[in-house]
Design a protein around this ligand. Structure first.
Ligand SMILES: Nc1ncnc2c1ncn2[C@@H]1O[C@H](COP(=O)(O)OP(=O)(O)OP(=O)(O)O)[C@@H](O)[C@H]1O
Ligand SMILES: [Mg+2]
Length: 250
């Protein structure tokens, strides 16, 4: 298994049970800083459960999850809420607020979590929207007036609003056409390398092997609550693990 010095995220002996049902099984797994790491797996493997442990929405039944050097279980509810500002999240369907314009969607976390003035917020919102390729003519549009690809862009701008150290992507390309998939992939890479001149750790949860092979630095394969393969992307493609091979052939 790959290990990294001073990782962004570290799972140590993490087991999660719901009743008698073991969902994560003794996971030992590090995610390095400033890289793009994808967690692949079949439906029901435990990917979303793993993601919720990174966010501290769920805690392990046993073992520890450490993010940016903080052991999540030792944080109080308030500390955890503050700590979540280190994360940006892009959900599968972008999860924008339907009755908010593009601009208002991106302003939301800034209004909620910062003391910035309205003028400062609007300046930042416009910079963010431009940086993900949304033009001024679309700032006032509602999500229903935007294409799927544009909604992703707005969702990404909102995820980036608080300058997170870690971006989490939940199925960013699932269900998108090939051209939009390519666009979202490019955005993920640009975000990882260029956002405000800082580097950022990106964690992608996906079933989309083809899309993620193109952009990931490392790929982990989760099967029934266990990481059964974790390799740099070039080696992952040549994995001899039969389940991984089956997945790659899909
Ligand atoms: N709160 C919960 N209570 C009980 N069981 C749960 C709970 N959350 C998830 N599970 C179970 O844990 C297993 C893994 O679920 P999870 O959602 O993590 O899978 P996944 O890999 O994200 O799947 P998908 O690709 O379909 O989203 C499933 O069997 C699910 O039924
Ligand atoms: Mg899931």
């Amino acid at each position: 298994m790959l290990t990294f010095e001073n990782p962004a995220i570290s799972f140590k002996n993490v087991t999660k049970k719901f009743g008698d049902h073991v969902i994560l099984q003794d996971l030992n797994f590090d995610i390095p800083r400033n890289k793009i790491v994808t967690i692949l797996g079949f439906s029901g493997a435990g990917k979303s459960t793993l993601l919720k442990h990174i966010l501290g929405i769920l805690h392990p039944t046993s073992g520890t999850v450490t993010v940016l050097g903080r052991e999540l279980e030792t944080l109080t509810k308030e500390e955890l809420r503050d700590f979540r500002r280190n994360f940006g999240m892009l959900f599968q369907y972008a999860a924008l607020f339907d009755s908010f314009t593009a601009e208002e969607n991106v302003a939301f976390p800034l209004r909620e979590f910062t003391q910035l003035s309205e003028e400062e917020i609007m300046k930042k919102v416009h910079d963010l929207l431009i940086s993900v390729g949304i033009k001024e003519e679309s700032f006032q549009k509602l999500p229903s007036e935007l294409s799927g690809g544009m909604r992703k862009r707005v969702g990404l701008a909102r995820g980036l609003a608080l300058s997170p150290d870690i971006m989490l992507y939940d199925e960013p390309t699932t269900g998108l056409d090939p051209i939009t998939t390519k666009m979202v992939n490019n955005l993920i890479v640009e975000t990882a390398t260029q956002h405000q001149g800082r580097e950022m750790t990106s964690v992608i949860i996906s079933h989309d092997v083809k899309a993620t092979l193109e952009i990931s630095d490392y790929i982990a394969f989760l099967d029934r609550g266990k990481i059964i393969e974790y390799l740099p992307v070039g080696e992952f493609k040549n994995s001899q693990n039969p389940l991984v091979q089956e997945f790659l052939r899909l």
